[in-house]
Design a binder for this molecule. Sequence first.
Ligand code: TRP
Length: 538
Amino acid sequence: MARTKERWGTRLGVILAVAGSAVGLGNFLRFPGTAAQNGGGTFMVPYFCALLLLGIPICWAEWTLGKRGGQLGYHSCPAILGQLGGSRIWRYLGVMGLLMPTIVYMYYVLVESWTLAYAGYYLFGRLDLGSDPSQYPARSSQFFTNLVGLDQDGFMLQGGLHPSVIFWMIAFGVNFCLIYRGISKGIEKFCNVAMPIMVLCAGAVLIRVLTLGTPDPAHPDQNVLNGLGFMWNPKPIGSAHSALSALADPKVWLAAAGQVFFTLSVGFGVIMNYASYLGPKDDVVLSSLTASATNEFFEVCLGGLITIPAAFIFLGAAGAVGGTFGLGFNTLPVVFAYMPAGRWFGFIWFTMLFLAAVTSSISLLQPVIAFLEEALGVGRRASVTILGLITALGCLFLIYFSKDLAALDTMDFWMAQLGIFILGTIEVVVLAWVFGARRAHWVACQGAELHPPSWVFTVLMRCITPLCLLTVFGAWCYLYAGDYLRSLARGGVPLAAVGIIATVLLFMLILVHLAGRRWDRADADRLPPSPPGPEDVG
Ligand code: TRP
């Protein structure tokens, strides 16, 4: 059974599944930290530009490619790009759509297991920072360090099973169980339940934060309004004076573009795979906008109003800064320690983060599962086993080399920062220049409930989006790539992580090559030799 006929059950189901993939740790932790560091309210200008010029067009591109690929009976990125691009080159380049989800899954599920661990510790009252507030930050960071092994490599395998390994096994198992159940019975059902629960949980925490008032009379300025102001007032960055100075800083624009890519899950080949299970008459234009809008609601209205304001209310301006992990796993536990009934809000919050992470991580597995089934002609059980083994090995590497999260950062850098540009560009080029922007517009509008004017679609896909991609990518190389490569030259764990990426890449390339022969044979059997088939559009 090489080609399974899987389909989404309902229209709402597919929208929630795509939104579930998009809503993740990026919305609640990465966005607030990035926005607060890059000019607060001012950051939203580059953010919305990136959303309109990069995020939404590439979303449309992925949905359209996926829908068309699904009509031809393909569900994996190499097969779809190869078919629609009409050349083997695109098939091999499509390997990025397998490599990136596989590698990102390896570390994403690890972070997911931390959120599960925090939820578990809160539930059983085991995350207690003591009674002396001056000790909260030190204890919180000690807890995190012990949980993930920040200070040394290999601590988890020293004598007995470390609790984090147990949490990792649970998270890993949950993902594979859901994936094993399939598209409509596994992914769709789970997202249909998890997304409403997430809204309720985030809503509960939001109401708690917005009703905190001024909890410490000794610090009257640390109140809700100032917390919101700290997050959202336009702020100058660095030594500049004008609040608009952030707009002149290319780093702010890059941060915005990176955040938009990350949060929408575009440029990973994941949406393409989800869209390939649509029927020919299913809408893509409005569905993709709805999924993106849902993601923005979680990001700006929930993520943006909770994390940083809460930290400001209890810790002041100095405490309310930090990167994704610092904010999420060091600062927030301190906030919950101050908060009345904080233990329960901590439990609700981390449960919600865990659900958000699961709906994202299953979307990282499905494209590769679909590929293995398509490429090797094996069933779900075999494909799940193969992928399980590969990703488990990668996870064990990351769990072992936990010091300073050096291995995790390396993988994140190559995949979630560099890889997205490469695959995003490939997708837009194949769609607009090889497959043809007009044909793509026609495919996108089949059954669509919203018709973007053809010229808008064409100009965006052909010129504006590729130009923006190139500009952002050039600036990124200029500003960041050099430093990173130099740090890599020092060898050690980051180099080993790159080795793992290279090994997986090689393995996938071999599979794509073997699969290609299979697909060519199948096509030769299926298609009549004369070119214009009934599906072709003028
Ligand atoms: N969008 C996810 C988040 O906000 C993270 C993510 C990036 C992702 N790329 C992905 C999730 C691809 C699933 C698939 O946390």
